[in-house]
Each structure stands twice: as C-alpha cells, then as structure tokens.
Design a protein around this ligand. Structure first.
Ligand SMILES: Cc1cc2nc3c(=O)[nH]c(=O)nc-3n(C[C@H](O)[C@H](O)[C@H](O)COP(=O)(O)OP(=O)(O)OC[C@H]3O[C@@H](n4cnc5c(N)ncnc54)[C@H](O)[C@@H]3O)c2cc1C
Length: 363
C-alpha cells in the first residue's frame, strides 16, 4: 500500500542521460517535474570511477566516446552545457596479443575517424545536467513498480509512494520498463513486443578501468591500444585525461558474464598479467583497478539481455517513438532514437523527442 502521495505535470522515470535531458526541457517550459531514479545515483549507463580523496574523475566505466563530425546532437548539448571534446589518443603502436605462449606483436593501426572524448568524460554531461535541476526534482533510490493510467490522470507507483501526473516519460531501459514495471491497462501487443525485443546496448558487457601513476606506455611509443585473441580484455584503449593525467587504460572484458560473476579476483589478476605482457612491467603497479559488470545491474540488464548475444543497435520500430495511453506516456531510452540508437547521441535525441511529445509540440 502506498503511504505518500505527490503530484506533478510530468513524471520522468530514470535519471540517465535521456531522462535528465527530458526533465530539463520539460522544466524549461514551466511544467512541474518529478524525476524518479531507482539507483542511488543519476547517470544510468554513464558512470565514472572517482578518486576517493579528491573526487577527481579517474576514468569511464560506461561510455567513453563520441563522434563529433557525425553527431550534431552531441555538439548541440556540449555547447549548451559548456563542455568540449579532445581526440582519442592513438599515437604510437598498438599491441596485438595472442596469449601468454606467443610473442606480442606491435603495429601501427589506424584510429577511427572523428572518435573523441568529452573532457571530464560523459560524466561531465550528467554532472552539468544535474547541477541545473532545481532542488527537489530528482529523487534517487526510488524504483517505479507500477504505472496505472486512468481517464483523467496517470498514477506512478513506487514502493511506498504514488505520484499523480498528466504525463509520464519512461527513460528506463526498454526491457527493464517491460520487465520491472506493472502496466495497467496492459500494454498493446505491438508495444509490448517492441519493448521486449529491443536489447539495451552494452548492457551485457563489463568494462575494466586501470589507473596508473603515469602513462608509461606513451613513453615506450605505445598507444595503449590492445587487440587480443586471448583476453581477459578483448580490446583496450588509453583513457587518460586530456593532458595525460590521470593516466588510465580501459578495456572491454571478453569473458562471458557467468564466468565473470564467479571469478572476480582472478579476473583482475589476469587483466594485470595481460597488461604486463602487452605493455611491460610498469603495468604491474596500478593505483586503481575496477571492473564494472553491467550484466550484474538489474536496473540496466534483464535476463533476456543476459541470454542473448549482443548485436549492434538498430533503429527500433515506430511504436517506440509514439505516445501511448491516450498520449500520456512517451519512451525516451537511447534505444528509441532514430539517430544513433543506443548511443549517447541517441539518448540526447530521444530525451528531446519525448520532452517535445509531452509538451505537445510534436504529434
Ligand atoms: C560499457 C558501456 C560502454 C558504452 N560505450 C559507449 C560509447 O563509447 N559511446 C556511446 O555513444 N555510447 C556508449 N554506451 C551507451 C550509452 O551509455 C547509452 O546510450 C546511454 O548512457 C543511455 O542513456 P539512457 O538515459 O537512455 O539510459 P540509461 O543510462 O540506461 O538510464 C536508465 C536509467 O533508468 C533507471 N531505472 C531503471 N529502472 C527504473 C525504475 N523501475 N524506476 C526508476 N528508474 C529506473 C536506471 O537506474 C538508469 O539510471 C556505452 C554503454 C556501456 C554500458
């Protein structure tokens, strides 16, 4: 039974990038907003490791890259929030790793055109958006459990509260919205199927961040890039700050999630052994190592995501970009976007589209 009741013009569910953008734009038009986030922090898939003493961002645990020449919506929001990008560090040779029994080969490999990093990481986008929210809009640690639509209003339930609203923007991952939220009346078949069948990009992956006192690989003429057939890191990249500090590498873990879950300590030891093999003895002395396993996060990854091989995101069906429940509900997750679905740019664009829909400026 709910014991506390609030109301707002618009409830936004999920304070990842898309939910934060949607809430910002709706607030700007003078409508009242309640922004409900199930986890204990905003950001969703955008997450950074911070230095425990100074609070400095040490590196990204979620997304790292944007592609400004191809992503006008990213440029628009970076300008709006006063942020800038710098090129991904690609100078020097990459290490091609065939495992402990074979010599590592070093080779210059071309970087991707336009690939860039946001100064401060994508976390800077989240921090800037959260800083602009008026006090009291964002509640963390509040998981939405049910959405009930009536003729006059829509009721959003959490464990212990209800919030009455005119409209709702669902910015939780689509499969999570289908799996964890009780919908009344039941969702239409087309929408139900689309939510279930749209994987959440990168949700089944794990990212390792390894921080060092200096970017020693750069001095050795290496880019920090590793391509490996042996693992545990299938690939690694330099993720140091713009001026080389903090010095860090990140890698995508090649082990499947079942193996990661039961071998956490061995995973870190094996990652360090791989980095020593590829980059030299200095790799044995990191100041921090952190593996963020997104498959273990039930607010991002569902059993269905864990059961399927991850495919690169496609543009989903139009039903994901339409309003539902008599125009009262719009979906905003990155995977609903027509441009850059699943990516940072998709999250920004989808948040903008959903805000426009509830504000009535788009059909
Ligand atoms: C490891 C990794 C690497 C990536 N690399 C890149 C990259 O390099 N470049 C790029 O462009 N993109 C990348 N991405 C994708 C990018 O992170 C996403 O596109 C973007 O962050 C999605 O934002 P979102 O707001 O749509 O969803 P999310 O960030 O998933 O936010 C959804 C929010 O909803 C909350 N929520 C869930 N259920 C509930 C509930 N019941 N009630 C309330 N709140 C709820 C969640 O806690 C979460 O905060 C990467 C993602 C990962 C995981």
């Amino acid at each position: 039974m709910s014991n506390e009741s609030t109301s707002a013009d618009v409830v936004v569910i999920g304070a990842g990038l898309s939910g934060l953008v949607a809430a910002t734009l709706v607030l700007e038009q003078g409508r009242s907003v309640v922004l409900l986030e199930a986890s204990d922090r905003p950001g969703g898939r955008v997450r950074s490791l911070h230095d425990a003493d100074t609070g400095t961002v040490l590196g990204d645990l979620g997304p790292t890259w944007v592609w400004p020449p191809y992503q006008p919506v990213v440029i628009e929001w970076l300008q709006r929030l006063g942020l800038h990008t710098f090129p991904q560090f690609e100078t020097g040779r990459a290490a091609l790793d065939y495992g402990p029994e074979a010599p590592v080969q070093f080779q210059t490999v071309p970087g991707q055109h336009g690939i860039a990093r946001i100064a401060g990481g994508p976390q800077a986008l989240i921090d800037a958006l959260v800083a602009k929210l008026p006090a009291g809009i964002l509640s963390t640690g509040v998981a939405v459990t049910a959405i009930r639509a009536g003729d006059e209003e829509i009721v959003v339930e959490t464990s212990g509260t209800t919030c009455r609203a005119d409209q709702v923007i669902v910015a939780a991952p689509l499969r999570v919205a289908e799996h964890a939220i009780n919908w009344s009346p039941a969702l239409g078949d087309d929408l139900f199927r689309a939510l279930k069948e749209t994987p959440t990009w990168m949700s089944v992956h794990a990212k390792a961040l390894i921080v060092y006192p200096s970017a020693f690989w750069r001095q050795a003429g290496l880019s920090g890039r590793i391509a490996s057939r042996a693992g545990p890191l299938a690939e690694a990249h330099d993720v140091s700050g713009q001026d080389g500090t903090p010095a860090a590498l990140f890698g995508f873990v090649g082990w499947p999630h079942e193996m990661r879950a039961v071998n956490k300590d061995r995973l870190e030891t094996d990652i360090i052994a791989q980095l020593v093999r590829c980059l030299g003895e200095a790799a044995a002395q990191p100041t921090h190592i952190h593996v963020e396993d997104w498959a273990a996060n039930d607010l991002i990854c569902t059993p269905r995501d864990r059961a399927e091989a991850m495919k690169h995101p496609d543009t989903g069906p139009d039903v994901l970009r339409q309003t539902h429940m008599q125009g009262r509900v719009a979906f905003a997750a990155a995977e609903t976007s027509k441009i850059s679905p699943g990516l940072i740019e998709g999250a920004l664009a989808a948040g903008m589209r959903a805000a426009g829909q509830v504000l009535g400026s788009q059909p």
